[in-house]
Design a protein around this ligand. Sequence first.
Ligand code: F6R
Length: 638
Amino acid sequence: MCGIIGITGQAAAVDGVVSGLRRLEYRGYDSAGVVTTDPKGLRLVKRAGKLDNLTAALEGQPLSASTALGHTRWATHGEPNDRNAHPHLDPSGRVAIVHNGIIENYQTLKAELGDVRFASETDSEVVAHLIAEELAAPAPATAPATATAAERAMSTAEAGTPDLLAAVRAVVARLEGAYALCVVAADDPETLVVAKHEAPLILAQADGVGYCASDVAALIEHTNEVAALLDGQLARITPDGVEVVDVDGAPATPHAYTVDWDLAAAEKQGYDHFMLKEIHEQPQAVADTLLDRLNAPAPGLPPRLQLDELRIDEGEFSRIDKVFILACGTSLHAGMVGKLAIEHWAGIPVDVEVASEFRYRDPIVDPHTLVIAISQSGETIDTIAGAAHARDQRAPVIALTNVVGSTLARDADGVLYTHAGPEVAVASTKAFTTQIVGCLLLGLYLGQARGRVYSSEVADILERFDRVPDALREVLALDGQLRELAQRYHDVDSTMFIGRHAGLPIAMEGALKLKEISYLHAEAFPAGEMKHGPIALIEPGSLVVALAPAGHVFGKMVSNIQEVRARGASVLAIGTAGSTAALVEHADDVLTLPEPPHELAGPVLSVVPLQLFSYHVATLRGEDVDQPRNLAKTVTVE
Ligand code: F6R
C-alpha cells in the first residue's frame, strides 16, 4: 500500500516521478504528492484524490529539478485530503519524507517533540520533524564505545556536519512499526535517503541516475537491474552511486536481481482496462506457470515433475505429516484448491488459514509441518508474518508467489514462482489462476516425492494440464454471452454464489470479484450449507450463481439449485459440456464451459466467466474497474 518513487540526477525528475507514480497508483490512490529539492528549499505539491488531480495541479505550478520524490497514498491515519497527503515536511520546510507502513509509536514520538504543531493527522509526519531535529543537533566528534545506536549513527558524520543518512539512522532506531521511508533535504539536494522495515523498497542506478521505489513497476522503464533493500537496511542514493548500510552504519548488501519482464507487459496494450487485459492473458500466463516442469532426472530415466526453484530436496517432503496453507483474499481461495490437490495426491492433511489469524494464535507447527505461503505480490504483511511465525517453529516454508525477489520469496526456504507477469489491476485474475496451477503442481510434486503418484501418472496429469491454456481460450470466447448476462443482472440487490468441492473456492472468488469492483452485495456459501441458514435470505429477485460442473458432486448441486429456485431466486448455472443438458430445466441461464482436462484443473476454467461477469457488471455500473474504492493492491499494513 502506498507507492513511493524517488529520482535523483535526471533532468525533469518530476516527469519521471509522475510517470512512476502512474505505475504505482494501484498501491493506493486517495491522494498523491511530489516534492523537489534545491539548495534554496523544497517545493511541494500534493492533492487529494487520484493522480490526475496532482498532475493538473503541476500543470499550473510546474516544478523543475533533477531530484524529486513522489508518493501515492492509501490512507491509514487521517482522512484522504491535501493536508494528509505525502510528502510531509518538518516545520522549517527543509526536510521532506514519504512513508509506506504504519509508525505505531507516533503518538509517543510526537509527545517527545514537545509543543510542536503538526500540519497533518498522519503517523508519518513526525518522522520529518525527528529527522530535522537530528540534523539540527550538534554531532559528537566521535562516538564512545558506550554510545547508543542514535549516538553511533551520528558519529559517522563529520563533527558538526549534518549528515542526512546518519540522521535517518538515528531516527529509525526510535521507530516502532513498519516503514519504507524516503527522505530528502534542502541542504543535501542531490541525495535520497531510504530506510526499510517490513515494507518493500527497491533501489536502482542507471546512466548516472539514482532511483528508489516501492515496486519494480515504477523503475522498469529505466532499468531491469534492481536491488531490494532488506529489513534494517538504509541507503544513500545520489547520481553517483548507492551506499547501503545497516542500522549500525556498517556496509550492507541488498538483494540484487534482474526483473524478467519489460515495460510492454505493464501497459494496457489496447485494452480498456488492465483487468480485462489480465483476464485475457490467462492462457499464456498458465502456460508459463507450467513451462518446463517435466524432465528426466538422467538419460534413460522416466521424466519427473521438477520444481527446481523450490531449493528443497525432494526427499525432505517424505518427512512432512501436515501442511498449512497461509494466504489472504484471492490467494486464500487458490489455497483452498491447493488443499484438495495435496490431500488428493499426497495424502497429507492440509489446513488453509487466513494468514492474519494464523499469526495470532498458537498453531501446532513443528519441523514436520510444511507451510505454503501464497501471495501474488509476495509483500502482504500478514502472509509474510504468518510464514515467519511458522519458521520460528522450524517449519519449512514454501512461498508461492508471482514476484521474483519479493520479501516472501526471499524469506522462504523454497519458492515456486507463478511467472504470470505483472498484475496491475487491483482485482486479481491471472495471478489467481496461476496460483491454482502452482498449487496443483505442488500437490502433484508432494505426491511424487512421497511415492503416491507413479511417474506415468505424473506425466499423464501434466499432459492434461498442458491442455488448460487452450481450454481457457474457449472460455474467453464466451465473453459476449457474459456481457449479455451482466446486462440482465447488473442491477440485482444481492447475489449468492454456491459451489461444492472444487466449485466452492470459485464461488468464494466469484463473490469477492463481484463485490470488490461492482460494490454489489455478494456472498458465497458451500451449497450444502444454504439450508442451515443463508437460504433465509433468498427472495424473488435474488440472483444465485451456481458452480455446477459434471463430476461427483453434480447431483447434489442440482438439488441445491432446485431449493433456491423454489424460493424465487434466479439461477445462473456455470456448467460444463457434460452437465449443462441436465441443468437447463433447473436454471434461468446456463453457461457451458468445456470439460476440464482434469477435475482439479476445473477451477482454473470456471473462475474466468465469473471474472468477466464481474468486469462487465462493474463497467455497466460505471465503476472504476482497475482502482476500486477503498482498496489497494499489495497490502503492506495489518
Ligand atoms: C482481490 C485481491 C486480494 C489479494 C490479497 C492478497 O482481487 O487481489 O484479495 O488477493 O490482498 O494479496 P497477495 O496475493 O498479494 O498476498
